[in-house]
Every structure is written in structure tokens, then in C-alpha cells.
Design a protein around this ligand. Structure first.
Ligand code: PLP
Length: 360
């Protein structure tokens, strides 16, 4: 098999050791004679496995006992609906930190279920190449919504902004478990699994227990209180995705947890940013260093045809999925937890070569 590096923004690369483990026990899970793809979600094989996955996630993220952990389906996008339905129940209004595409999607879906959106900060004046600067808290909000890492634009919060005594809800889809946050700073966080957690089809929701169960008549699948009571198995859960996520949690624990992987992520990102900051051809889309994402790094040459040539040649050289998001163009290297340092070093070597040929 030829070796490639996969820079995709999601679904993203998984640790090789996890894939090998999945492969090795795919025919018989825990010596049951059944594949994990076949086990019942009502069996102890499943319930033991999901409990262990939850316990490991609690350890990794230091999740206090008064927070519930839910393993849901429907992606982060369904949480754009579920969160407002469950939590925007007093003022009927959400304070939105508009840091780019995904925060706007969260707002659009909340509006569809009748919630008011008040943009309290926006990165629009920098075309979202910077995090929003100032926050204007004008009224009482049920919560303030923040996207901790902006997958498309390549900006990331290392420090959370001050939202005074407002409840904070975080979409952590693209840097959960890759960057350390204190869960106690949030009322709720959610994340689609397919970047740092595991296969698509699983969505993690972590919610402070006292915030749920305040709205009656919600559709059952979107009702956090019901999901908590049913231990995330109100209907058939995504068993395989949870199992694989559990293996990723173990891999991360062995590596030293979120502190250790964050350091590694910073090291990987630095290799690429250092090169971009010194290149005459390529430029990082996010100039402000404190706003830069460690997981998603967009960059451009400034010439769309040259960008396309670069992406095509990179692909031929085993550096895959570097094309930027259609909304912003250029290139994007996504360096999630399981992406190896050698892959970034190889990318930089290739960029240096490309830069030389273009300069000739
Ligand atoms: N939020 C962020 C920050 C994302 O990066 C994405 C997907 O890339 C989403 C939400 C949507 O996730 P999903 O496809 O799980 O609905």
C-alpha cells in the first residue's frame, strides 16, 4: 500500500493503532463470537463498552459529576437545533459570537425553531480571518454560543472570551480533545465525532445536569432529559462509532491526555506556520498569531490557478485533501490529533520544492 498523508477536514485521519485494533477484533468482539457490528445495544457487551468510553472521556476532559455525557446521532448540525430547543427557554434569545460559517449555521438552525439571535460579536470586518474583537452584551440571553475552532476560516480560541455571567455553549467539533478547555466554563459543549473522536455518525454532548429537563413536549430524540434517562439509547445507538471512539480515548490516555496532544498539535502547527511566515509564495490566511488554529490551517498563493496546480501536484505526491473549503478557496491543511508530525514535515518539504520550481 502506498503511504499517503490525509489532510482532510473531516472525516479525518484516525490513529493507525486504533484502526489495526478494530481490524484485529472485528470478527469477534471480546471473544463473544460476534462482531461489534452485530452486538445488541441491550447486551452487557455494549453497556460495559459504552460505560468505559464515557469514563475515559470524563477522565480526558475532566468532566465533573454534575455534567451528563450523551452519545447522540445527527452530527453537530442536529445540535444546532437541539441546543436551542432545550436551553433557549427563558429569554428565547441566544447571544451569538459570529466567528464564521459554522457559527452562522448554528444561528440559522436556531432561527428555524423560533429562537431570536443577537450577534454580540462578529469577525465579519476581517472577513473572519480574525476572531471577533469586542463583545457587546446588550440583554439577557439564554446562552452565548461560541465555536471554539473555526474549521473553515482557521481561527481558534485558546482563551475563552469574557461573557460575564452568561451561560456559554460551545461547538467544539473541530478541536475537542485537541485543545484544553475547562468544561466548567461551559453549560454545554457538543462535537461531531469525525475529526478528533472517531467515525462520523456519533455526536458527543456534554451538558450541566441542572440545565436540562426544563422544556416539555420536545421530540424525544432531541430531548436531553429523555436521552439522559435512557443513557443515550432511546433508540439504537451508533454502536460501532462509539466503540471506535472508545479506542481513540484509550489511545489518547496512553499518549498522556489532552495536555500531551495539545503540545504535539502546537508543535505540528508551528512547523507549517513557521514555513508560511517565511515563504515568498505561500501565505497563511490567518495573520494574527494569537487567533491561529492548530488544527485547521488555511493558506494561499494569491493566484487561484497556482493554488490548483499546487493541490494537483501535492495529490500526485501523496499529500491528499489539501484543497481549501469552497467558501474560501486556496488550500487548507487539517492537522487533527491523529495526524503525524512527519506528515507536516513532508508537506513543508514539498512546498519548498514547489516554491523553487515556481520561482525558476
Ligand atoms: N461545527 C463545526 C465547527 C464543524 O467543523 C462542522 C463540520 O465540519 C460542523 C459543525 C458540522 O458537523 P456535522 O457534519 O457533524 O453536522
Amino acid at each position: 500500500m502506498t503511504r499517503i498523508y490525509n489532510f482532510a477536514a473531516g472525516p479525518a485521519v484516525l490513529p493507525t493503532s486504533v484502526i489495526k485494533k478494530v481490524q484485529s477484533e472485528l470478527l469477534s468482539f471480546q471473544n463473544s463470537g460476534m462482531s461489534v457490528l452485530e452486538i445488541s445495544h441491550r447486551s452487557s457487551l455494549y453497556t460495559d463498552m459504552v460505560q468505559e468510553a464515557e469514563a475515559d472521556l470524563r477522565t480526558l476532559m475532566d468532566i465533573p459529576a454534575n455534567y451528563d455525557v450523551l452519545f447522540q446521532q445527527g452530527g453537530a448540525t442536529l445540535q444546532f437545533t437541539a441546543v436551542p430547543l432545550n436551553l433557549a427557554n427563558k429569554a428565547n434569545c441566544i447571544g451569538l459570537i459570529d466567528s464564521g460559517h459554522w457559527s452562522q449555521r448554528a444561528a440559522e438552525e436556531a432561527k428555524l425553531v423560533g429562537k431570536e439571535i443577537n450577534i454580540i460579536a462578529s469577525g465579519a470586518n476581517s472577513d473572519y480571518t480574525q476572531l471577533p474583537q469586542e463583545i457587546a452584551l446588550n440583554q439577557k440571553y439564554d446562552y452565548v454560543h461560541i465555536t471554539t475552532n473555526n474549521t473553515i476560516e482557521g481561527t481558534m480560541y485558546c482563551q475563552l472570551p469574557d461573557v460575564e455571567n452568561n451561560l456559554l455553549v460551545g461547538d467544539m467539533s473541530s478541536n475537542i480533545l485537541g485543545q484544553k478547555y475547562n468544561i466548567r466554563d461551559f453549560g454545554l459543549v457538543y462535537a461531531g465525532a469525525q475529526k478528533n473522536i472517531g467515525p462520523a455518525g456519533l455526536t458527543v454532548v456534554i451538558v450541566r445536569h441542572d440545565l436540562i429537563g426544563q422544556v416539555s413536549g420536545l421530540p424525544s430524540m432531541l430531548d436531553y432529559a429523555k436521552q439522559v434517562t435512557k443513557k443515550s439509547a432511546l433508540n439504537t445507538p451508533p454502536v460501532f462509532a462509539i466503540y471506535t471512539a472508545g479506542l481513540v480515548f484509550k489511545w489518547l490516555l496512553e499518549l498522556g491526555g489532552v495536555d500531551a496532544i495539545q503540545k504535539l498539535n502546537e508543535q505540528k502547527a508551528q512547523v507549517l506556520y513557521d514555513y508560511l511566515d517565511n515563504s515568498k509564495l505561500f501565505k497563511a490566511a490567518v495573520a494574527k498569531k494569537t487567533d491561529r488554529s492548530t488544527t485547521n490551517i488555511p493558506f494561499v498563493t494569491g493566484d487561484a490557478a497556482l493554488d490548483a496546480r499546487f493541490v494537483a501536484q501535492a495529490t500526485e505526491n501523496g499529500l491528499l485533501n489539501l484543497k481549501g473549503h469552497r467558501l474560501v478557496g486556496g488550500m487548507r491543511a487539517s492537522l487533527y490529533n491523529a495526524f503525524p508530525l512527519e506528515g507536516v514535515q513532508e508537506l513543508v518539504r514539498f512546498m519548498e520544492q514547489f516554491e523553487q520550481t515556481v520561482g525558476d
